[in-house]
Design a protein around this ligand. Structure first.
Ligand code: ZN
Length: 540
């Protein structure tokens, strides 16, 4: 009896020890740029069995996952996924934002203190220094004394750099002036030999020697509007946005090698380079868990140009489905499904084209922030004998704090006056003064979403919220994103592999819940700004 109790205690201790120290060999984070939630069901009947369908049927599908801040752009999206918090903490408040100190617009990953590796100087002077919180990869590194290899890959610099965190081994992004994958001296002294060899194969150029035609016969694209549509922006040199696209004929007028971004081959190119990275760096084969963060950017470029109802976007997703199938097959062979933890999500969704909506009697409109700035300055000058407005950008008004204190004006009085002015403008739903955002707590609703996007040091003094389907005036063709509305916030979220059991939930999940969920599955500390919570169905 005694021995039996002893044995069972010993056995349970053993089980606990093994389960607490158990980790997947490789974590693969996949972000699809501008993938709206409903694309999964919209294109479901056209997907093959081994890409999106395999992830959904073999994985755990969180069907009600939303962004919980504004603006819903690429840089804040990637930062929030990997830090488990919102711009109010991680500080990536937009892609570009107005910086009070330098009185200029700054770019989220711009860093003039580092140099390019492998390509054009300007394109390579990038780092994650403006990111204020740790990421999943940083925590992984802190958990094992920097034994993990953490690498970010995307055509867009910000899609590669922010997910790799501060301590990533590398981030690689695309330089359209050379067709190369590049990095910066933030990460290393020189580009690894295998990257140079991959670049020497001129893969981007070879992709652009082809014709982009639809994968299936075009009459089968019944999920989209007809190919010849007035709401889509044709490539430069063409009068219509219709298939086929003979890329070698279009390249010269469409940014040459940079054009790969606006074709589905940009995603295939990214997938190929990601697989090459895993192989060359021997990821998932060491003692520590490794993390590769892959972001597919072409979906966003194509979405902006043609809009969510286009044959072009549908075809891009059908081809991405094949790329994902190939990536999953590679992971099966490389480490095996039980040794890899995959998650797939998006950095934001997208609206329909505003003219298309209007033509179907759905309210929409466009807004010009530059014109608004002019009008606002005039009104302020009249009331306070100083225009006081420095910038109107990313739906925020930045005030001249120095002038306000010099003139001993009351900031809250000015903010109220701006709110009153804004509420009279067509297309504005509401506006929020900074003094409310700083002093009040909001558990839910638009106020909490605005507050989550508001960073005390970096954000403006009045935050603007447009009416639904109102967007930037540059959107004549195609679409954009950035709002707090469902079409921009609702994204797919799927976990797959490792200990993940097939299933799904319609419970409300925030984008900030991904990082704490992954860290819980890895039994490591969550990132240092985490505001989300682990998804309990997955960590039970
Ligand atoms: Zn975009």
């Amino acid at each position: 009896m005694k021995t039996r109790i002893f044995a069972s205690v010993f056995l349970s201790l053993f089980i606990y020890t093994t389960s607490y120290s158990q980790k997947p060999k490789l974590i693969v984070g996949i972000v699809v740029d501008q993938m709206r939630y409903d694309y999964i069901s919209r294109y479901w009947s056209k997907f093959g069995d081994n890409g999106f369908k395999r992830l959904v049927t073999e994985g755990y599908f969180c069907k009600n996952t939303n962004y919980n801040y504004v603006p819903t752009y690429t840089a804040p999206g990637h930062a929030s996924i990997y830090t488990g918090t919102t711009p109010s903490s991680h500080g990536i408040i937009a892609n570009n934002w107005y910086d009070r100190e330098s009185n200029t617009m700054v770019y989220c990953v711009d860093d003039k203190s580092v140099n390019a590796l492998g390509g054009d100087t300007k394109a390579g002077q990038m780092s994650p220094r403006k990111l204020l919180n740790t990421t999943i990869g940083d925590q992984l590194n802190l958990s094992d004394n920097f034994q993990s290899k953490v690498i970010g890959i995307a055509l867009k610099d910000r899609g590669a750099i922010l997910p790799a965190g501060k301590s990533g081994k590398a981030a690689y992004w695309y330089d359209g002036s050379t067709g190369n994958w590049i990095s910066s001296t933030y990460y290393m002294k020189a580009l690894p030999q295998w990257v140079t060899e991959f670049n020497n194969r001129a893969v981007a150029k070879r992709f652009l020697e082809s014709t982009w035609n639809t994968l299936l016969p075009i009459e089968q694209y019944t999920e989209s509007t007809p190919d010849d549509s007035p709401y889509e922006r044709p490539f430069t040199g063409l009068t219509k946005a219709t298939f086929p696209y003979v890329l070698p004929e279009l390249m010269a007028a469409n940014e040459k090698l940079n054009m790969i971004r606006s074709t589905p081959y940009g995603n295939t190119f990214t997938k190929d380079f990601a697989i090459e990275t895993i192989k060359a760096e021997n990821m998932g084969k060491g003692n520590a868990s490794d993390l590769i963060a892959i972001s597919f950017s072409s979906t966003d470029y194509i979405g902006h140009q043609f809009g969510p109802n286009s044959v072009e976007v549908e075809d891009t997703y059908l081809r991405l489905d094949q790329d994902l199938a190939e990536l999953l097959k590679f992971l099966d062979e490389w480490v095996g499904k039980n040794n890899v933890l995959v998650f797939l999500t998006a950095d934001h969704g997208a609206a329909e084209n505003p003219t298309y909506l209007k033509d179907h009697s759905i309210s929409s409109g466009t807004f010009n922030e530059y014109e608004l700035k002019g009008k606002l300055k005039k009104a302020m000058a009249k009331e306070f004998s100083d225009s006081l407005v420095l910038s109107v950008s990313n739906q925020q008004v930045f005030l001249d704090q120095k002038a306000i204190s010099l003139k001993t004006l009351k900031a809250d009085k000015i903010e109220n006056s701006i709110v009153d002015f804004l509420l009279k403008e067509n297309g504005i739903a509401n506006a929020f003064p900074e003094y409310n955002l700083v002093n009040k707590e909001y558990a839910e609703g638009i106020e909490s979403v605005i507050k989550n996007g508001y960073h005390v040091k970096r954000s403006g003094d009045v935050m603007i919220n447009y009416l639904p389907y109102w967007m930037d005036s540059e959107v004549k063709f195609g679409t954009t994103h950035g709002s707090p509305y469902e079409y921009d916030t609702h994204v797919p979220l799927i976990f797959y592999g490792y200990t993940i059991k097939p299933g799904s939930t319609s419970e409300k999940i925030n984008i900030t819940d991904i990082a704490p969920t992954i860290c819980n599955l890895l039994n490591i500390e969550v990132p240092n700004g985490t505001s989300g919570k682990p998804i309990l169905q997955l960590i039970r």
